[in-house]
Design a protein around this ligand. Structure first.
Ligand code: ADP
Ligand code: TYD
Length: 220
C-alpha cells in the first residue's frame, strides 16, 4: 500500500461566513486525506477543547451579559487552549490539521464586524497561537444571500447568523475580502460551486503545496 508521510505537520484553516460550506469542505478533506493514508486531524474553533466547550456555550447562549471586548477575549481564550490541547500536539506528530475557523475569523468578525483594533487582534492571535500561522487558508467566498438560504435549509440547531443583522454580515464579508486580498497563503474558493467541486479544487491545491515544498515522501 502507498503510505505517505509528512516531513512536518501542516496547518490548514478553513474560513468564510456562516453557511459558506466550511464544515462540509473540512469533512471531505479529512476523509480524502485519511483515505490517502495521511494522518489527519479535523478540528474547529470555537469549542474543540474542554474549556472551549464551556466558552462556546457562553458565546452562543449568553446566559450572562458579554460585552464585545469580553467576547473577543473569549474567542482568544478558546484559541489559546485549542493550540495547547489540539493543534500543537498534532503538528508535533506531523499530522495534517484542518481547522474549521481560526485567527482570521476574529479579524473578520471582531475586527471588521465590531470595528475593534486590527493590530491588537493580530497581536493577541499571534500570542495565543505561539507564533504559528496556518500554512494554507481556504477562504470560501459566497454571497450573504446564498449562505442565508442554505442555513434555512440546514437541519439541526439554527446558526447564530440567523439572528445576526445583515449589516453586520456585510461588514464581515468585506473584512474577509480585505484580509485575504493579497495573501499568498490563501486559496480563494468560489462557494457557489458544488461541494464536490470545492473539495476537488481545495484538495489539488493542498497536494500541490505539499509537493512544491517537498513536505511528503512515500513510505515503502
Ligand atoms: P458552514 O460550516 O460554513 O456554516 P456548512 O458546511 O455547515 O457551512 O454548510 C451549510 C449548509 O449548506 C449545509 O446544509 C450543507 O449541506 C450545505 N452546503 C455546504 N456546501 C455546499 C455547496 N457547495 N453547495 C450547496 N450546499 C452546500
Ligand atoms: P461556527 O461554529 O463556525 O458557525 P458556522 O458553522 O455557522 O459557520 O462559528 C460560530 C460563530 O462564531 C460564527 O458566527 C462566527 C463566530 N466567531 C467569531 O465571531 N470570532 C472567532 O474568532 C471565531 C473563531 C468564531
Amino acid at each position: 500500500m502507498n503510505m505517505e508521510t509528512l516531513t512536518r505537520g501542516i496547518l490548514i484553516a478553513v474560513e468564510g461566513i456562516d453557511g459558506s460550506g466550511k464544515s462540509t469542505l473540512a469533512n471531505k478533506l479529512r476523509d480524502s486525506f485519511q483515505k490517502e493514508q495521511f494522518p489527519t486531524v479535523l478540528t474547529y474553533e470555537p469549542g474543540d477543547t474542554k474549556l472551549g466547550k464551556q466558552l462556546r456555550k457562553t458565546l452562543e447562549e449568553k446566559p450572562v451579559p458579554v460585552c464585545g471586548q469580553a467576547e473577543f477575549l473569549l474567542y482568544a481564550a478558546d484559541r489559546a487552549q485549542h493550540f495547547v490541547d489540539v493543534v500543537i500536539p498534532a503538528l508535533t506528530q506531523k499530522k495534517i490539521v484542518i481547522s474549521d475557523r481560526m485567527s482570521d475569523s476574529s479579524l473578520a468578525y471582531q475586527g471588521y464586524g465590531r470595528n475593534f483594533d486590527l493590530s491588537l487582534i493580530t497581536m493577541i492571535n499571534k500570542w495565543v497561537m505561539h507564533d504559528i500561522k496556518p500554512d494554507i487558508t481556504l477562504y470560501i467566498k459566497i454571497s450573504t444571500k446564498s449562505a442565508v438560504e442554505r442555513l434555512k435549509k440546514r437541519k439541526g440547531k439554527p446558526s447564530s447568523m440567523e439572528q445576526e443583522k445583515e449589516a453586520f454580515t456585510k461588514l464581515v464579508v468585506q473584512g474577509f475580502d480585505t484580509i485575504f486580498a493579497n495573501r499568498p497563503d490563501v486559496i480563494i474558493l468560489d462557494g457557489e460551486q458544488s461541494a464536490e467541486m470545492l473539495h476537488k479544487i481545495a484538495h489539488a491545491n493542498i497536494i500541490r503545496f505539499l509537493k512544491d515544498k517537498k513536505l511528503f515522501h512515500e513510505k515503502k
